[in-house]
Design a protein around this ligand. Structure first.
Ligand code: AMP
Length: 422
């Protein structure tokens, strides 16, 4: 199938060239014709599938002919980063349409947003909280909205935004087209879909499995070896753009500093940073000034950097879905990507869960040239090393192969609640 088969308005079709897309992705093939026919669509797809263009193209096609100077399409997204990304997609694809898009989210000034909501933009991409503030202060007139998109609905649910989303829905005309995207369909999302969509068609892109173009490798290590091995691996691979995930905000910040200190152009992205700093980090990564972005799950939600070559799980995620979501940042749109995970004994159960989801075993790798016997830099004395190594558990290959020593006392436990918010 070709983009020309959709019959998009020529000014919209020209945006596809600007974006550099050659052929539609599977979700675009399925969803664009339905959306162009005015149908409500529930898209079960994660980021990395091309879902943003799947809704942006039909929206631009629909809006290009009609009136200007009023808000006619509203996209609601869980995070500022995702909102910015969607806005960028509209700008790129809509370059020749003269349609204007604007973002609305917290942490930045209200005034430009008030103007946009008052009709300076036809397309608004908003996070729920700030949009609701505007609605409560009567800053926004959404009575002309013809198309609503609820993007990453499952994440809006995770982040507690569903009540806000429902309040926003009440302020929209009931005569509208609604498009909803979610990687999963828990009961709350199903119920939201029932209330927000009319006679909708479900479009599902595979199961939520990572792209086939991603190769997965796991590096069994002790907790204390993680930083050393990541430095070692980064030195070996010379990756172009690497996204590293840590469990905590503090961990993200510290690791970025440690990597930066040894010359790896690294920056962190975590929830303690100001909006300005977050944007600087993201822009720097996108433009290649930083080659490594160390982030927590929440902070990295929706990040769209097409040239990510490697995703590294410094800390393993707590669910298989989160693994899929992290890995979704690489191997996008037919490009090759690599996923590397540092695993300790405590992660064995999660590894098995992920293997079941992928339907294949993850490749266990021993880092060539890495000194697995080097002592834990944080240990404080010989007593730390006195405990005998713990026997291996369960099935699968040994955690550290080739008979290297294991220093049980240096192991840190991370069984406790793994924070989801970054
Ligand atoms: P998304 O799932 O919307 O986050 O998109 C993932 C990435 O794929 C983005 O960087 C898009 O620019 C890119 N993309 C979207 N559609 C296409 C396409 N048809 N061909 C190539 N790349 C695409």
């Amino acid at each position: 199938m070709h983009f020309t088969d959709f019959g998009l308005h020529p000014r919209v079709a020209s945006g596809i060239g600007v974006a550099g897309y050659e052929n539609p992705t599977p979700i675009q093939e399925k969803a664009i014709p339905l959306m162009m026919a005015g149908r409500d669509v529930m898209g079960l797809a994660q980021t990395g599938t091309g879902k943003t263009a799947a809704f942006a193209l039909p929206i631009l096609h629909h809006l290009v002919r009609g009136r200007r100077g009023r808000v006619r399409a509203l996209v609601v997204a869980p995070t500022r980063e995702l909102a910015e990304q969607i806005h960028d997609t509209f700008r790129t694809l809509g370059r020749a349409t003269g349609l204007r898009s604007a973002t609305v989210y917290g942490g930045v000034g209200m005034n430009p947003q008030i103007q946009a909501l008052g009709g300076r933009a036809e397309i608004i991409v908003a996070c729920p909280g700030r949009l609701l503030d505007h609605l409560q202060q009567s800053n926004a007139d959404l009575s002309s909205v013809e198309i609503l998109v609820l993007d990453e609905a499952d994440h809006m649910f995770d982040m507690g935004f569903l009540p806000d989303v429902r309040r926003i829905l009440r302020q929209l005309p009931s005569e509208r087209q609604t498009l909803m995207f979610s990687a999963t369909m828990p009961p709350d999302i199903r119920s939201l879909a029932r209330d927000a969509l009319r006679d909708s068609t479900i479009v599902q892109i595979g199961h939520i499995a990572p792209a086939e173009t991603v190769s997965h490798a796991i590096y069994p290590v002790e907790q204390h070896q993680k930083t050393a091995i990541i430095k070692h691996l980064l030195g070996q691979f010379d990756p172009q753009a690497t996204l590293v995930f840590t469990r905590t905000k503090h961990g993200a910040k510290r690791l970025a500093q440690q990597l930066d200190r040894v010359g790896h152009l690294a920056v962190s992205l975590q929830g303690n940073m100001s909006q300005n700093k977050r944007q600087q980090a993201l822009d720097g990564f996108r433009q290649g000034r930083y080659r490594i972005l160390v982030a927590t799950d929440i902070a990295a939600r929706g990040i769209d950097v097409i040239r990510v070559s490697h995703v590294v799980n410094y800390d393993m995620p707590t669910t298989a879905d989160a693994y899929t979501h992290r890995i979704g940042r690489t191997g996008r749109a037919e490009r090759k990507g690599e996923a590397l995970s540092l695993i300790t004994r405590d992660d064995e159960d999660m590894v098995r869960t992920i293997e079941r989801m992928l339907g294949k075993p993850l490749r266990r790798v021993r880092a060539e040239g890495f000194d697995y016997r080097a002592p834990d830099p944080d240990s404080r004395g010989p007593t730390e090393f006195a405990r005998s190594p713990r026997p291996q558990r369960g099935r699968g290959a040994p955690l550290v192969q080739n008979g290297s020593s294991r220093k049980g006392g240096a192991r840190q436990r991370h069984r406790s609640r793994r924070g989801r918010r970054g």
